[in-house]
Design a binder for this molecule. Structure first.
Ligand code: FE2
Length: 434
């Protein structure tokens, strides 16, 4: 073997498992693996996971917060306006530099696959060109998937239709859109039809910013599901955000969710962005705005969590840690049940990988030799602590390392250090609970 990670805990609950990697692929997953390797990592008590996957991000906007000014209201619409103010001043080099810096952060957090929407409404397509270049530059350590995204509207922007086609010609692999931002509901639906037909014609996937509004009458997801079935695109279409579903009537939800499931549409919720941007016209009570995650999951829909923003006009926070999204998703979706925490974890790992159509993802023999060793004993502990990623491995090679967290206590007779995992044992009668 080239690398063996010893005695790790896996996300499915198996403990003390060895993982051997050879020639960039996982060659063995078993307890007490009888083999040797050039390098061995002791992962005793640590969670060993497939890498994190961000199903929804904006790499072209990341790390631009504060230029030319801050978003004063913090709203989605001021964010779009602010991005428009910034556009004439954006340079190719700044696009590349910001994206590469963010990718460094992502790798350090074990985030090795990202689907990024890229604004194609810039007449010169500078951001699009830069992101294609960045995809090439990071390919050895991050799978960057690019969505041609007409931020100002596919039909509403004078360059929407032509530039989206140009961006696809440049090699972007996913068709994007923003139907709720078109001028009318009818034009929004028309954009959905045209974009799905374009994807079908070119053999591409679809990922639309869809119904990112608190308006319960925004129902473009219904059209997206219908077009997906009509064109035979099942499994290749993603509905991002779907926040209007937070506010729709429960009866309509009971009709809509099965339609989404039937069309095998992947759903991406963006918990941190939703909580910052939704419900902004409310006084009190204020809506959370996130789509109906537990209900969609219960209906068999593949739901992921995305980060959406990291230090850009729409959100000044975040920084490449998908456990933040899982943590926030668990809170907003009220998914703190033990099994539900696993669902939240899956939403930033295997579900997101499925939405992106990643090949060779996972911890099974034959998968890519990609994994993350975390200073946490389990999935729920990882979400709770968002701990150091001790080792990040890509194709069998360690590409990032972080030091173990240890806090030295200076008072009393307690143990000299702690990593914030629970060590205290229960009384005998409660042992083995859970
Ligand atoms: Fe987005």
């Amino acid at each position: 073997m080239d690398l063996i990670v010893r005695r790790g805990n896996l996300p499915d609950g198996r403990q003390a498992i060895d993982i051997g990697i050879k020639d960039g692929r996982i060659a063995a997953v078993e307890p007490a693996l009888k083999a040797t390797a050039a390098r061995e990592i002791d992962a005793t008590g640590c969670l060993v996971s497939p890498p994190f996957v961000d199903a929804h991000f904006h790499m072209d906007a990341t790390l631009s917060v504060g230029y030319p000014r801050y978003n004063r209201s913090g709203t989605l619409l001021e964010g779009i306006k602010l991005w428009g103010e910034m556009k004439p001043h954006l340079t190719y080099e700044w696009f590349v530099d910001r994206a590469l810096e963010y990718c460094d952060w992502a790798v350090a957090r074990g985030l090795l696959a990202i689907r990024s929407h890229v604004d194609t409404c810039d007449p010169q397509l500078i951001g699009a060109q830069a992101m294609v270049e960045v995809r090439k530059k990071v390919q050895d350590y991050v799978d960057l998937q690019l969505v041609a995204f007409p931020q100002d509207g596919y039909l509403r922007s004078p360059v929407g239709v032509a530039n989206l086609a140009k961006a696809l010609d440049m090699g972007m692999e996913v068709v994007g859109g923003i139907p709720h931002f078109e001028r009318t509901m009818a034009e929004g639906d028309e954009s959905v039809r045209l974009l799905c037909e374009l994807a079908a014609k070119r053999g591409l996937r679809v990922d639309l910013h869809c119904d990112e509004t608190d308006d319960p009458h925004s129902r473009h997801i219904e059209k997206l599901a219908a077009e997906t079935v009509r064109l035979g695109l099942q499994g290749r279409v993603t509905g991002s955000h779907l926040t209007s579903m937070h506010s729709i009537d429960n009866y309509y939800a009971s009709k809509l969710i099965p339609l989404i499931a039937e069309a095998k549409i992947h759903v991406v919720a963006n918990p941190t962005a939703n909580l910052l941007l939704m419900g902004r016209h409310d006084t009190y009570p204020k809506r959370r705005g996130m789509t109906r995650v537990p209900e969609l999951m219960a209906a068999g829909v593949n739901v992921s969590f995305g980060e959406d923003s990291a230090m850009d006009p729409w959100g000044p926070l975040n920084g490449g840690d998908m456990l933040d999204a899982a943590y926030m998703g668990a809170h907003i979706g009220q998914m703190a049940g033990h099994d539900q925490l696993t669902l939240c974890y899956n939403a930033v790992t295997e579900n997101a990988a499925r939405a992106l159509g990643l090949q060779g993802y996972g911890l099974n023999v034959g998968c890519h030799g990609d994994l993350v060793v975390m200073q946490a004993g389990s999935v729920s502990e990882a979400i709770r602590l968002r701990p150091p990623r001790l080792f990040v491995v890509r194709r069998g090679k360690v590409i990032a390392e972080s030091a173990k967290l240890e806090s030295k206590l200076t008072l009393g007779g307690r143990p000299p250090s702690t990593d914030f995992s629970r060590k205290t044992k229960p009384p005998k009668a409660l042992a083995g609970g859970g």
